[in-house]
Write a protein that binds this ligand. Structure first.
Ligand SMILES: NC(=O)C1=CN([C@@H]2O[C@H](COP(=O)(O)OP(=O)(O)OC[C@H]3O[C@@H](n4cnc5c(N)ncnc54)[C@H](OP(=O)(O)O)[C@@H]3O)[C@@H](O)[C@H]2O)C=CC1
Ligand SMILES: O=C(O)[C@H](O)COP(=O)(O)O
Length: 496
């Protein structure tokens, strides 16, 4: 049960506490935020609605703790992260239960998210030791007009306080994908968990607490993003914002001050299927890459552009495999579970109704019970339909039949997103040329889009993001460069 046993300190009555100054606390607001279970549509958990004062205090404490942490040897920072990773993996089951209840993530996927997060933390620790141990040594005479009388020592130093804002669909993994790189780089972290996903995130933070980090180094401030989000993203004490989510990120980018931004936003990941594709492979990847977690992944297949000569065969294979998808509750490890909220389900329904009104071909009947939406493959989609362009974040995939590869590339590049895409073909040369032409952060060849494994660079172009995630790139972007120049009295050349 959430908030029991190992986690008993994080619950106050029926409201989960927030975490600051190394302690679990009750907000002075006296208010809480309910978290609705997407499966039951009933309030499952409550978290504190923190105040502006509590935000300010946590930022202040973070700066104080960061000064101590920045003077902690790299190997000690890594040791603390390894402890954190071990505790997290030991506690995978109760954390997975919270994921099941608050975001309807299938049980098996929930456990996988926690274990994957532990691995991400450990990898960050080791990668940080390697890349942060190296600086740069420059001599002046490499620039015209200079003799060798200046040595420059350049090193990577922490930014200060990193604001980490993950989305609902990976509230543990996309939190630690920000927290672990930030910490190994010597920063402090303020975590603003997604409201739906907050309890899973707070359980993860308790594992961090038990690993023994300096008090105040990490805080977890709960409350609706719409209420306290701007307070945090525009706070003068924040030195970096790492955000994953939807269009909210674009708004934040416009409001944030002079701070480095790491933005991972939405996607309309295009699956391009060529005439020589292995159609069985393509169909299997559409099923796994398009419908897992009910399509609520930024990297899900969001539109299929298939050459019309093979379209019928591909669609037949996909439709047949869709009949094997289990639809139901996350506790039963179903493949298709309720989407995260009624508003999300309504949005998806709107896209489907628009496609229907514009004469798209449906291979299944539309069916919805509460937030549970049965998977759909919507065929003969045309550019006038919303679903050709918008991100459903649900178990519905449009199929556009194309006459030329260029049509598919054009469709991929014509929307504002540029997260990921994939191409199925046996011709690797053609695949490389198509990958080069598709204006997305990552193109998968003969597999569905995916962020993992978590050490791969992961970036969105255009409205899909700013900067790059993936462990190494996250560590790099959560540091800045400091130069120390030694001025010698005369030129000096080290002799052999
Ligand atoms: N590129 C990627 O890796 C990913 C992209 N996404 C995209 O995110 C969307 C779905 O995720 P979802 O969580 O709903 O995204 P949202 O953008 O609604 O929320 C993301 C996070 O931002 C917080 N937030 C909301 N308003 C503000 C604000 N004004 N200031 C600061 N923070 C705020 C939310 O808190 P609260 O919950 O309290 O509102 C949540 O923690 C989809 O578009 C999906 O494509 C999702 C996952 C990964
Ligand atoms: O936010 C998301 O949807 C994740 O970045 C997807 O991660 P995955 O592709 O590894 O499931």
């Amino acid at each position: 049960m959430a908030g029991q046993g190992f986690f008993k300190d994080i619950l106050d009555g029926d409201v989960f506490k927030y975490y600051a100054d190394g302690e679990w606390k009750v907000s002075s607001s006296g208010r809480s935020v309910g978290i609705t279970n997407p499966s039951t549509l009933k309030v499952q958990y409550k978290v504190q609605a923190c105040t502006q004062e509590e935000v300010n205090k946590s930022v202040e404490s973070a700066h104080a703790a960061q000064k101590i942490w920045a003077k902690t040897p790299l190997w000690k920072r890594a040791e603390a992260l390894h402890r954190f990773a071990g505790i997290l993996k030991d506690q995978k089951n109760p954390i997975a239960e919270a994921l099941v209840k608050e975001i309807a993530k299938p049980q098996k996927d929930a456990v996988t998210e926690v274990v994957r997060s532990g691995d991400l933390i450990s990898y960050s620790a080791e990668e940080g030791i390697r890349i942060l141990a190296e600086g740069k040594f420059l001599v002046s005479d490499s620039f015209p007009g200079n003799g060798r009388n200046k040595y420059c020592l350049a090193s990577k130093i922490p930014l200060g306080v990193v604001l980490a804002i993950p989305p609902f669909n990976y509230p543990v993994n996309l939190a630690v994908s920000k927290i672990a790189p930030a910490l190994i780089a010597g920063n402090a972290v303020i975590l603003k968990p997604p409201t739906q996903g907050a309890v899973s995130a707070l359980h993860m933070v308790h594992c961090l607490h038990m690993a023994g980090f300096p008090k105040g180094l990490v805080s977890a401030i709960t409350g609706k993003g719409s209420e306290i989000g701007d307070l945090m993203t525009m706070h003068p004490g924040i030195n970096c914002i790492s955000f994953t989510g939807g269009d909210t990120g674009i708004a934040i980018s416009r409001k944030a001050g002079m701070v480095p931004l790491q933005m991972e936003l939405g996607g309309k990941d295009c699956c391009l299927v060529l005439e020589d594709a292995d159609l069985e492979l393509a169909a299997n990847n559409v099923i796994k890459g398009g419908y897992s977690y009910s399509g609520q992944r930024c990297t899900a297949v969001k539109v299929i552009c298939v050459m019309e000569s093979v379209a019928e065969e591909l669609v037949t294979k996909i439709v047949e495999k869709m009949t094997k998808l289990k639809v139901g509750m996350p506790e039963d490890n179903c493949d298709i579970t309720p989407v995260v909220s009624q508003s999300s389900a309504n949005f998806i329904q709107g896209l489907v109704e628009d496609a229907k009104a514009k004469k798209a071909k449906f291979h299944q009947e539309w069916k919805r019970e509460g937030n549970l939406i049965w998977p759909l493959l919507i065929d003969n989609v045309t550019a006038d339909m919303r679903i050709a362009w918008e991100e459903p974040f649900g178990p519905v995939i449009p199929v556009i039949r194309i006459k030329t590869v260029e049509e598919g590339i054009h469709h991929c590049n014509a929307n504002n997103f540029g997260l990921q895409g994939c191409v199925f073909t046996k011709d690797i040369n053609k695949a490389i040329l198509i990958s080069d032409a598709m204006e997305s952060g990552t193109i998968q060849i003969n597999a569905a889009p995916a962020r993992g494994p978590d050490h791969f660079p992961f970036q969105g172009l255009r409205d899909s993001g700013i900067g790059s995630q993936g462990i190494t790139n996250s560590i790099q972007m959560m540091t800045k460069t400091k130069s120390t120049v030694i001025n010698l009295p005369t030129e000096s050349y080290t002799m052999g």
